[in-house]
Design a protein around this ligand. Structure first.
Ligand SMILES: C[S@@+](CC[C@H](N)C(=O)[O-])C[C@H]1O[C@@H](n2cnc3c(N)ncnc32)[C@H](O)[C@@H]1O
Ligand code: SF4
Length: 326
């Protein structure tokens, strides 16, 4: 088996699969409030098609898959899809990114289906601020988080997009919350993805500042988390808690990028911060062979750009984050 290696000698071993571009929330940095331009159901990859693409990737060395969206739990029978992917013989790790509004109902069955790790977006612990950011109800998310904890999913990672004057006064209380519940916490910088993301960069906070602020309240020591993701971690001394900083703007991490993204309509996006893409759906529906599919994926990987240009060309990415799932 030959591995997937891009033109910059980076091995691709991680695929993020967006199972829907729809969502029951409207985080203002992600999707516009009245947005209706969703993909039509006939253009969604079916579970069979998603499994086929995932199998092809795993046969070429991909070991980790994350299900994302939009909100993945709005797609019917996500648990069934998760179980099929978890059963792929070469897959080592199946995870999920969710806003957790529907997690209370599904946490236990997802765990049984083989979802080992969950990332949950949570930008505020104040109901009114949460509502302002997402248009949704905080209590549902908290119920989902507690269900994940009870179901024994570990780690649960909280993703908080830090925004000046919106929620940046909550970074300490979010650390306390995660300490109390045994969650990992990751802070994220706003990214200029779509008009929504570009507008949100008005609230941009350099996470280096957040780290310095936290160091005044907590004893932070160097930390690490398995998984080879983009976050840089510290640990709160005397605890098991890791805090990650995802800093695509202030310190980019493109030289170690190991991933590509599949959108619900079967488009492979080669970089979160560029528009380079390759469409798999027409090939899948034209009856491409397994060998042909592997060749197509290799061609796609050969298009992977070296790096994002969020700083140099913030206007570049026109799609919303909800299309590729972050
Ligand atoms: C697009 S969501 C998809 C999965 C799920 N709905 C969720 O919210 O976790 C994935 C992640 O992207 C982040 N995100 C969306 N738009 C962003 C932006 N403009 N800048 C930074 N992060 C963003 C969200 O906060 C979330 O953590
Ligand atoms: S960040 Fe996630 S929860 Fe928020 S609107 Fe985007 S897809 Fe939905």
């Amino acid at each position: 088996m030959s591995m997937l290696v891009d033109p910059f000698q980076r091995r691709i071993e991680y695929v993020r699969i967006s199972v829907t571009d729809r969502c029951d929330l409207r985080c203002f940095y992600c999707m516009p409030e009245g947005f209706r331009g969703f993909e039509e159901p006939e253009d969604w990859l079916t579970h069979d098609e998603i499994e086929r693409v995932a199998r092809a990737f795993t046969s070429m060395g991909v070991r980790r898959i994350r299900l994302t969206g939009g909100e993945p739990l709005v797609r019917k029978n996500l648990t069934g899809l998760a179980a099929r992917l978890a059963a792929l013989p070469d897959l080592e790790d199946l995870s999920l990114s969710t806003n957790a509004t529907r997690l209370a109902r599904h946490a236990s069955e997802l765990r049984q289906a083989g979802v080992s790790r969950i990332n949950v977006s949570l930008d505020s612990l104040r109901p009114e601020v949460f509502q302002r950011i997402t248009k949704g109800k905080l209590e549902k998310v908290l119920a989902g988080l507690m269900a994940a904890k009870e179901a024994g999913i570990t780690p649960v990672k909280i993703n908080m997009v830090v925004m000046k004057g919106v929620n940046d006064d909550e970074v300490e209380s979010m650390v306390e919350f995660c300490l109390e519940h045994g969650f990992t916490l990751r802070f994220i910088e706003t990214m200029p993805v779509g008009d929504t993301g570009r507008n949100a960069t008005d609230y941009y906070v350099d996470l280096g500042e957040v780290r310095q602020r936290l160091a005044r309240h907590f004893d932070l020591i160097p930390g690490a988390m398995p998984g080879g993701g983009p976050a840089r971690y510290v640990r709160v001394a005397g605890t098991e808690m890791n805090i990650g900083f995802i800093t695509p703007l202030s310190q980019h991490f493109c030289d170690t990028c190991n991933r590509v993204r599949l959108s619900v309509d079967g488009t492979l996006f080669l970089c979160l911060g560029q528009e380079d893409r390759f469409e798999l759906r027409p090939l899948l529906r034209d009856g491409i062979s397994d060998a042909g599919l592997e060749e197509a994926i290799r061609t796609a990987i050969s298009l992977k750009p070296e790096k994002h240009e969020f700083r140099e060309k913030p206007e570049q990415v026109v799609r919303f984050m909800s299309m590729t799932g972050g």
